[in-house]
Design a protein around this ligand. Structure first.
Ligand SMILES: [Zn+2]
Ligand SMILES: [Zn+2]
Length: 134
């Protein structure tokens, strides 16, 4: 799946935005494996995406930037950083539930449809509900 690191133009940006966070305490291997299952990537691949010191992350709730999703339809791991409240790229607050009906997002590994599973609002259309971070 595209978008989770790899050879993309945004890889440099993604890494830079990771570095801004304080990685304390580092996640255990077990936590990483659990996260990898949620995001839908292999554990080893996920480890490669993390800075060496590890990262503080929250698996719940699943967050989303609709504007990012419109450009690259996949979940981005930086949305789950404990300290993440907004999307640096779009200066928009992240959504942690559907802005239309309030349903929580399914885990990204199950994001087959690109819309809310309850009201069918498309992820990319949620962008207009996102508030600016500043
Ligand atoms: Zn975004
Ligand atoms: Zn909904």
């Amino acid at each position: 799946m595209a978008g989770l690191g790899g050879a993309m133009p945004s890889a440099g940006f993604a890494y830079a935005s990771w570095e801004k966070f304080r990685f304390n305490p580092p996640p255990s291997r077990q936590q990483l494996e659990a996260l990898a299952a949620v995001i839908g990537v292999e554990g080893d691949r996920l480890v490669q995406m993390l800075p060496p010191a590890g990262v503080g992350m929250k698996m719940e709730p699943i967050r989303l930037c609709g504007a990012c999703y419109a450009q690259s339809p996949c979940h981005k791991i930086e949305w789950q950083f404990k300290t993440a409240t907004g999307c640096d790229r779009h200066r928009l607050r992240l959504l942690s539930e559907c802005p239309n009906c309030g349903a929580r997002f399914k885990i990204p590994a199950l994001w087959v449809d690109e819309w809310c599973q309850r009201c069918f609002l498309k992820f990319e259309e949620m962008t207009k509900y996102q508030k600016l971070t500043q």
